[in-house]
Write a protein that binds this ligand. Structure first.
Ligand SMILES: Nc1ncnc2c1ncn2[C@@H]1O[C@H](COP(=O)(O)OP(=O)(O)OP(=O)(O)O)[C@@H](O)[C@H]1O
Ligand SMILES: [Mg+2]
Length: 179
């Protein structure tokens, strides 16, 4: 219930254009390692294995609390919609000016119609939780707006029966946009 109330508050903050980031240099490697460790415990109940490819020492200027929300929603979705015994891959790749976070699963994937709606609020699509988890349909709407506020992008590659891959690209540094 608390998580739902927080999500609803986030949606109202975001929709009113008041999402303010507290950007600071932060180890994205450390943040992701921690979140993968956490979700590994949850995933074990479904015999889902989370493999990681996270190079150490990747520091980016982000709002760590907000980027943790992004990682949490993508990894929790992968766990929530994947069948028992499957595998999830979390990887971080650094480029010159950007970093790329990928969360890949072996779940049901997304239809074209799902893909058109997936970043909207309150969208619960074809995939249903495989372990009785709650599904409100807010996580990706919030995720997309947090990523956009960082000047980044989020996309999904999903072929049905081959699972889904969510790809987040974030700039490494932050230059205040000229108004
Ligand atoms: N990895 C995935 N594979 C297949 N379908 C997915 C995946 N992630 C999300 N979806 C579909 O997209 C819908 C929206 O996802 P979103 O994260 O916004 O909401 P949720 O997980 O249902 O609830 P919340 O995140 O608010 O707890 C989900 O209900 C599900 O149908
Ligand atoms: Mg979710």
């Amino acid at each position: 219930m608390l998580a739902l109330v927080n999500d609803l508050l986030d949606v109202s903050v975001i929709e009113s254009g008041r999402l303010e980031l507290r950007r600071e240099p932060c180890s994205l490697s450390g943040l992701l390692e921690q979140r993968v460790d956490f979700f590994q415990l949850v995933a074990e109940k479904k015999r889902i294995r989370i493999e990681r490819e996270i190079p150490p020492g990747v520091v980016v200027e982000i709002d760590p609390g907000r980027v943790e929300q992004v990682a949490d929603n993508l990894i929790s979705n992968a766990v929530k919609y994947s069948p028992p015994g499957s595998r999830i891959d979390v990887s971080l790749v650094t480029g010159e000016d950007e970093v790329r976070l990928e969360v890949r699963d072996q779940g049901p994937g997304l239809s074209e119609d799902d893909r058109a709606r997936i970043f909207g609020a309150f969208q619960r699509l074809s995939a249903r939780p495989t372990g009785g988890e709650k599904s409100t349909g807010l996580g990706l709407a919030i995720t997309k707006r947090i990523v956009a506020a960082h000047g980044g992008t989020i996309d999904v590659e999903a072929a049905q029966e081959q699972g889904s891959t969510f790809v987040v690209v974030l700039p490494k540094t932050w230059r205040r946009r000229a108004r």
